[in-house]
Design a binder for this molecule. Sequence first.
Ligand code: GUN
Length: 291
Amino acid sequence: MKLLDGKSTSLAIQQELAEMVNNKVSKGFKRPHLAAILVGEDGPSQTYVNAKVKACERIGFESTLIKLDATTDEASLLKKIESLNNDKSVDGFIVQLPLPDHIDESKVTLAIDPKKDVDGFHPMNVGNMTLGLPAFLPATPNGILELLKRYNIPTEGKKCVVLGRSSIVGTPVSILLSRKSEIGNATVTLAHSRTKNLPSICRDADILVVAIGKPNFVNADMVKEGAVVIDVGIHRIEDATKKNGFRLIGDVNFDEVAPKSSYITPVPGGVGPMTIASLLQNTFKSAYEKN
Ligand code: GUN
């Protein structure tokens, strides 16, 4: 079993981006600028957004973090989005999800200018991605592909099972893996909560991508010997031995599954950091490859 080290891979990509930015700046170009909107005080969301902003600082991007109160109404958020759409100094921005219940996420996604939608969530980008046209690819699915690429894990002709059909991970990763492209050409099954015979379908997978949102959901009985296992889940579990009172686990029971797999992502330090690398790649693209 080999670990798919998302942390070091993400840092390597960030190092490459830092050099590319230096090169651009030395030629008189401005630095890429990413803005992030965070609504409310959700603990994990704060952690993720802070990590995104810190990564920008590390590689020489400009960043702006806009924190809005949990009681912010939808109209005010849409107004803020409109001002970022029109702000020429901002190359790309994200609205961290989930949003408070009183705000309609799809309205928010639709309000973002697709040219600044570095999360790749806008229907225009999702549509272009699906058709194989140029698009901002969603950060987590693209991060998974980048991890497979950098570890030289072939996908062509492989049986991939994606567990979970969310619009930000499961559905787009199933589309990307089945596309006719360098990391693609796989035969993909998209399984979900209504799938019958789930363990036997999972056991068929050469590559198993788990984004079902349930802690320790996948056990050793659901994994073929030698499979590649990608765990997208991240959950806080109470742990009194830790300083902050919790530890992080994924959707895969790592201790059981790791010995059976050829490659596996740890949690934390697997897919999570790759999401950040992809977001930064998209922001770089938005800054310098305007059409
Ligand atoms: N919440 C969980 N993942 C993501 C992501 O990739 N982008 C945003 N904006 N919110 C998220």
